[in-house]
Design a protein around this ligand. Structure first.
Ligand SMILES: Cc1ncc(C[n+]2csc(CCOP(=O)(O)OP(=O)(O)O)c2C)c(N)n1
Ligand code: SF4
Length: 534
């Protein structure tokens, strides 16, 4: 199974009642697996995609409030979006087990940054669990739900790209029944008015020692001391796997502390530190453990890792990089053939976004080449040659709000390009800001009826975009619809030109389904739209 599939099956077998998620690489397959699972269907597990990560996590908390086990799943930057509820639900606590699964993307294979979610777990003062391999990703889910209920806290499970997307055999455990509805005895803890919140916050802080106790005895944290004291390795999550791969078949092993549960097991760290002459910290992500170690001990000179340059600070680790740091000679591997190396991503042949960008590009000589604020989705590829249309890409929804700020500054002919799913994820609120001030911007919603970039998941906006924009208050004369096809090119250029000259908010919905959707899927979407408009 993929690490993501193992984790998903683990959640099902741990008595899950609902998964709430917004797609995002490398986390998407977790929810898709549960959506496809026959057992999950029989168990009535809720699996519909949420509109964004914040709504997902809040819904998971709502399900937990009823006493049932729920899970919120997202990619690392999604946790930024959900951070408000994440930080507050550690204070309120939970009722039924609640596990937040976040998949980090070191090396930024499909992301804007490589932030390390462990910091969020530490920030919220909740337990963090990091599986080292696929079997552990499965096993850890039973444990995480039990731990969550025992501590009455959400538990953060951190995955990383390589573990999410690589496969291994996995042995299943017996399936646990779902919880029955059992509302909290005292609901006041879920009402974080300052008077109650102060009490709750003290309660959270007081749990710290209990969390440490659990880490100390966790079977996922293991210390192995060898007689040879030259080197001790502290390895976390998948990095443990990388270390072990290098020692596979080796006659001599160094002392190793495997860490998969936080807060850190202080005693075990002290033991290995005292036992060994040098300590190498190997962790995927930021040097979180290494920094904490520097605070633990007055003599830091024997601690090596990312902060000392023995391992690279940026980018993903792998067994070769770790092996090199450990002093293993690396075998020459085959060179990547020219044909498959470093190809820049491109929009698919026949993609509706391309025809839209040709329309915008035609007007660039008239309006200037720095006025197009972009967003996140397949259409972001227009930031690259040959289109070169989009100038910005920061976070989901930022196209509209950045366009607004630029227009507020006096920039003319400002365009925001946003996809249908990104619009409902975080664009709608920014549009209301612009409507409120009637800011002169032209928002183009490139609607392909899908969340295409992450694999064509259902878009919650299907068939509703015009009504949403009218509902937000865009003037009905300036909610326009176009079909981005070559045959409509001239008419679409004329329409865009006229809206760019309108001194207020206008929205152009450019609608053509993603060409990668199957015929059946397109038919299903057409039927859905027809029912909505009936
Ligand atoms: C906060 C956050 N959540 C999730 C993602 C992953 N992600 C990248 S683009 C995208 C959605 C794109 O959908 P849409 O706007 O409809 O554009 P399309 O890809 O269909 O063209 C998602 C979910 C992300 N980058 N940031
Ligand atoms: S997947 Fe769909 S939206 Fe994305 S580039 Fe291909 S056709 Fe365009």
């Amino acid at each position: 199974m993929l690490g993501n599939e193992a984790l998903a099956q683990g959640a099902i077998d741990a008595g899950l009642s609902g998964v709430y998620a917004y797609p995002g690489t490398p986390s998407t397959e977790i929810t898709e697996y549960i959506q496809r699972s026959k057992i999950a269907k029989e168990m009535g597990i809720h699996t519909t995609w949420s509109v964004n990560e914040k709504t997902a996590m809040e819904s998971a908390l709502g399900m937990s409030y009823t006493g049932k086990r729920s899970m919120a799943v997202m990619k690392h930057v999604g946790l930024n979006v959900a951070s408000d509820v994440f930080m507050n639900m550690s204070v309120s606590g939970i009722n039924g087990g609640l596990v937040v699964v976040v998949a980090d993307d070191p090396s930024m294979h499909s992301s804007q940054n490589e932030q390390d979610s462990r910091f969020y777990g530490k920030f919220a003062m909740v337990p963090i669990i990091e599986p080292a391999d696929q079997q552990e990703a499965y096993n850890i889910m039973h444990y995480a739900f039990d731990l969550s209920e025992e501590l009455q806290l959400p538990v953060l499970v951190r995955m990383v790209t390589r573990l999410s997307h690589s496969r291994a055999g996995v042995i299943f455990k017996e399936r646990r029944n779902q919880n029955a509805i059992q509302l909290p005895v005292d609901t006041r803890r879920f009402a974080l008015i300052p008077n109650y919140a102060r009490e709750r916050y003290k309660n959270l802080v007081n749990k710290k020692s209990l969390l440490m106790e659990f880490s100390k005895k966790s079977k996922f944290n293991r210390l192995h001391l060898e007689e040879d004291k030259t080197l001790g390795i502290i390895a976390t999550g998948i990095a443990y796997n990388y270390v072990m791969e290098n020692y596979s078949g080796a006659e001599k092993m160094p002392s190793i502390l495997k860490i998969s549960q936080y807060p850190l097991p202080k005693e075990k760290i002290r033991e290995i530190y005292r036992h060994c002459d040098q300590i190498m910290v190997v962790e995927e992500g930021y040097p979180l453990v290494e920094e904490i170690l520097h605070d633990y001990f007055s003599d830091n000179s024997k601690i090596i890792g990312k902060l000392t340059g023995h391992l690279p600070f940026t980018g993903e680790l792998n067994p070769n990089i770790v092996g090199k740091a450990l002093g293993f000679t690396q075998k020459e591997t085959q060179k990547i053939p020219e044909l498959v190396s470093g190809r820049p991503p491109q929009l698919c042949e026949g993609c509706g976004h391309s025809d839209l960008f040709h329309v915008i590009n035609e007007l660039i000589p008239e309006i200037g080449n720095k006025q197009v604020f972009g967003d996140i989705g397949c259409y972001a590829l227009a930031a690259l040659p040959p289109l070169n249309t989009i100038n910005t890409l920061i976070d989901m929804g930022a196209s509209i709000t950045m366009a607004k700020g630029a227009a507020d500054a006096g920039l003319k002919h400002v365009i925001a390009v946003i996809g249908d799913s990104t619009f409902t994820h975080s664009g709608m609120t920014g549009l209301l800001d612009a409507v409120y001030e009637n800011t002169p911007i032209t928002v183009i919603i490139s609607d392909n009826s899908a969340v295409a970039m992450t694999g064509g998941q259902d878009s919650t906006a299907v068939g509703r975009l015009k009504e949403i924009c009218l509902g937000i208050g865009v003037h009905p004369d300036h909610v326009r619809e176009i079909v981005p096809l070559k045959k409509n090119h001239e008419a679409n250029v004329a329409l865009l030109r006229s809206e760019l000259n309108y001194p207020g908010v206008s929205v152009i919905i450019s609608e053509r389904a993603c060409v990668q959707l199957s015929r059946d899927k397109k038919e299903e979407i057409r039927e859905k739209i027809a029912t909505l408009h009936h």
